[in-house]
Design a protein around this ligand. Structure first.
Ligand SMILES: Nc1nc2c(c(=O)[nH]1)N(C=O)[C@@H](CNc1ccc(C(=O)N[C@@H](CCC(=O)O)C(=O)O)cc1)CN2
Ligand SMILES: Nc1ncnc2c1ncn2[C@@H]1O[C@H](COP(=O)(O)OP(=O)(O)OP(=O)(O)O)[C@@H](O)[C@H]1O
Length: 236
């Protein structure tokens, strides 16, 4: 989706009612057809995240890394494809105020059983591809200004960390609205590939019960991790 289309979607988004931290901004639009859709919820989710201070974000990033450390020991050891020597863990390079996993990734790069990867937008409205990442890997600015690996080593993730703007207690995920991850996961389904999915969000992205109406193409993730812990529980 190009920038102008994205802005148009945001401009047309209506606020939904709700009691969650992210659901407080402007709620005069009761009754409109798209109340509760991801598009309607994005503006207030963005506002809640932007309202965090740099300090709060840094602290939240540290807490998220702590939870990921526990999971790396207790959970990440499991989903290994038969015959493969390394698990491929796809993460993401932060865009603006997203959770920043870079320090954690840097530390994980020392684990010989892990191969790290980052998403690459190769084509608009198409599935993502994943390329290997290691500290010092050549990078370039890709689509949407997100840094991406600049080489040809495409890999298939066993486990995927996905950025999320919002989430529900049932592990529904709201992203930026490009549909990239939903398309990517749908493609993996067709190919018969199993991938464990973990959305990473700040806790202010939690939507109150009944606030969000997922679309048919929306994929639940196996779990959501925020600075307050796992929703619904650590995936093992
Ligand atoms: N860090 C990160 N990497 C990612 C994603 C993501 O959401 N975050 N993606 C997830 O699909 C894919 C890229 N897709 C994207 C789709 C739309 C926008 C987008 O709408 N950007 C807004 C600005 C967002 C903001 O800063 O608030 C724009 O360009 O107007 C960004 C990425 C792959 N890599
Ligand atoms: N499997 C799919 N096949 C085709 N189009 C899809 C698929 N999944 C999502 N889309 C399209 O992508 C658009 C955006 O989807 P959605 O709002 O769920 O994005 P998102 O999950 O927030 O974004 P992202 O995954 O990029 O972070 C929707 O209009 C939808 O039609």
């Amino acid at each position: 989706m190009d920038h102008s289309k994205m802005e148009a979607r945001i401009a047309s988004g209506h606020s939904a009612t709700g009691t969650g931290a992210a659901a407080n901004a402007g709620s005069d639009d009761k009754g409109v057809a798209d109340v509760g859709t991801a598009a309607a919820l994005r503006p207030q989710l963005r506002a809640a995240r932007t309202a965090m201070s740099e300090d709060q974000r840094a602290q939240a990033n540290d807490r998220i890394a702590d939870y990921l450390d526990d999971w790396a020991v207790q959970g990440l050891t499991r989903p290994m494809r038969k015959g493969s020597a390394q698990r491929v863990l796809a993460a993401f390079w932060p865009l603006g105020p997203e959770p920043d996993l870079r320090d954690w990734l840097m530390r994980q790069s020392a684990d010989p059983e892990l191969m790290l990867a980052l998403p690459v937008v190769v084509e608009r409205d198409a599935p993502l591809v994943f390329k290997r990442w290691w500290p010092g890997a050549p990078m370039r600015d890709g689509a949407y200004g997100i840094a991406e690996p600049d080489h040809d080593q495409i890999v298939t993730p066993d486990v995927m960390l996905l950025p999320a703007l919002g989430f529900t207690a049932q592990a529904d995920r709201i992203g930026y609205g490009g549909g990239y991850y939903d398309r990517t996961l749908a493609g993996f389904d067709v190919a018969g590939r199993k991938v464990q999915t973990i959305a990473v969000a700040y806790a202010c992205g939690l939507l109150a019960e009944g606030t969000h109406v997922p679309a048919p193409h929306d994929r639940r993730v196996d779990a959501v991790l925020s600075e307050t812990g796992w929703t619904p529980k650590m995936p093992v």
